[in-house]
Design a protein around this ligand. Structure first.
Ligand SMILES: Nc1ncnc2c1ncn2[C@@H]1O[C@H](COP(=O)(O)OP(=O)(O)OP(=O)(O)O)[C@@H](O)[C@H]1O
Ligand SMILES: [Mg+2]
Length: 79
């Protein structure tokens, strides 16, 4: 399938002093090639974390992402 597919994406940041921040939980979306998606929400809701994961800069705690059927595992010029 073409486009971006995100399934059950979660991201938890473990803090150095103990504890953790659940930045994303169970995010799923499908975006076809050429579609435009705006992600809106209050400060701290996880927008930048989501973009960093899609860019491949951060590895999610859970979930799976594909672009044009290929799994995203790191940064790439196509993103
Ligand atoms: N490297 C990190 N270590 C620990 N917590 C983090 C880290 N990066 C982000 N967080 C936390 O994850 C949550 C989501 O942060 P994020 O920066 O994705 O929010 P945002 O929606 O982009 O906010 P803003 O609108 O202010 O840019 C916040 O609680 C933030 O403090
Ligand atoms: Mg941000």
């Amino acid at each position: 399938m073409t486009g971006l597919s995100i399934q059950d994406l979660s991201m938890r940041f473990d803090l150095p002093g103990g504890g953790a921040v659940q930045a994303l939980k169970d995010v799923s979306l499908d975006l076809k090639e050429g579609e435009l998606l705006s992600v809106l929400g209050p400060s701290g809701c996880g927008k930048t974390t989501l973009l960093n994961i899609v860019a491949g800069f951060l590895a999610p705690t859970e979930g799976r992402m594909t672009l044009n059927g290929h799994e995203i595992h790191g940064p790439d010029a196509e993103r």
